[in-house]
Design a protein around this ligand. Structure first.
Ligand code: SF4
Ligand code: SF4
Length: 325
């Protein structure tokens, strides 16, 4: 069973535990990657450089060289090119924390459904510290460490492949119950004699929900493809560790320019060796073990789908011991 350490703030207890964990995990490492999301320009709830300063401070204290890393995105944004994203990150002040690296080439990793392109700097580094901001997400209910790697560690093409592969098609047998209309996070479905998909990001939620089995994803459910993306990235890491911040938890993700709605109060931060355990613990803490699933309520999609998919791939353990710090 994995251990997940929970702290109410980035105070002395957190810093002492992080130092001892990173000292052990990254012993002998000369240079590691810190995988995070620098935030869409204009977004005020994504990580700010000062959030990561304590983590960077511990790495410096331990004498571990590091760079801050993310990948460019496929949608219309200043972040959709390597140069554009780097400029946006530097304008937010990330250069004051450490070297900023975007993209830097990709290595292919073949998984069951797709061949994913994993950021080469992550594969080349002596280890990867995955620092995630836990918040809502329209396609996967919530996004934490698995999402940080399963999209954020991959090329633009791989990101698009995951969304395209989770997009749905009608295969016949509709009973006009309209369940799919109700569960689509985008309100993108209109049912007449059968469903018409007018707007779709490929979250696969309608395919899970159709009682008649009349809707199928084109390749596999979004959550399986996302978990495979994270597994592909992890398979290239020499060493890995996870830190997740439970703050500024918006309905929408850090790719939004202006996600206004905070859906849960801040609740400190977590450290773990286990990617599945840290996401499940974050979910359990924020939702009172599912009794008040604010992510499902606001985004209509259960975030547990991708956590369970990652566990099935053997990436980690959803059973964990929570150690309060
Ligand atoms: S959920 Fe399935 S059966 Fe119900 S309206 Fe949609 S496609 Fe038809
Ligand atoms: S619920 Fe269905 S139609 Fe709506 S975004 Fe998700 S996959 Fe697309």
């Amino acid at each position: 069973m994995a251990e997940v350490y929970h702290f109410s703030e980035t105070g002395r207890g957190f810093l002492a535990k992080l130092e001892s964990e990173l000292k052990t995990e990254f012993a002998g490492c000369k240079r590691i990657a810190v995988k995070l999301h620098f935030g869409e320009p204009g977004n005020k709830t994504a990580f700010k450089p000062e959030d990561i300063e304590p983590v960077a401070g511990i790495l410096k204290k331990l004498g571990i060289d590091f760079f801050l890393y993310d990948t460019s995105v496929s949608y219309d944004s200043p972040r959709n090119s390597t140069a554009g994203y780097k400029k946006a990150a530097l304008e937010k002040g990330w250069g004051n924390i450490g070297e900023v690296a975007i993209d830097g080439g990709f290595v292919d990793v073949k998984m069951k459904h797709l061949t994913h392109k994993v950021g080469k700097p992550l594969a080349d580094a002596d280890g990867v510290l995955v620092v995630s901001h836990f918040k809502g997400h329209v396609c996967c209910g919530f996004g934490g460490a698995i999402k940080n790697l399963g999209m954020g560690g991959l090329s633009k093409k791989s990101k698009q492949d995951i969304h395209d592969g989770g997009r749905v098609e009608y295969i016949g047998g509709c009973t006009q119950c309209k369940t799919c209309e109700r569960v689509c996070p985008l309100n993108g479905i209109k049912v007449t004699d059968k469903p018409e998909f007018n707007l779709c990001y490929g979250c696969s939620n309608c395919a899970y929900s159709c009682p008649a089995g009349a809707i199928k994803p084109k390749i596999a459910h979004f959550d399986i493809l996302l978990a495979e993306g994270a597994g592909a990235a992890q398979s290239k890491f020499k060493k890995k560790h996870y830190v997740t911040f439970l703050k500024n938890m918006t309905k929408e993700c850090d790719c939004e320019r202006n996600p206004k709605m905070i859906i849960a109060p801040d609740n400190g931060l977590l450290i773990s060796k286990d990617i599945v355990a840290i996401d499940k613990a974050a979910y359990d803490i924020i939702t009172s073990k599912g009794k008040d699933d604010v992510f499902l309520k606001h985004n209509k999609k259960s975030g547990l789908e991708h956590v369970n998919a990652a566990e099935k791939l053997g990436m980690g353990n959803s059973s964990y011991t929570l150690v309060e710090g």
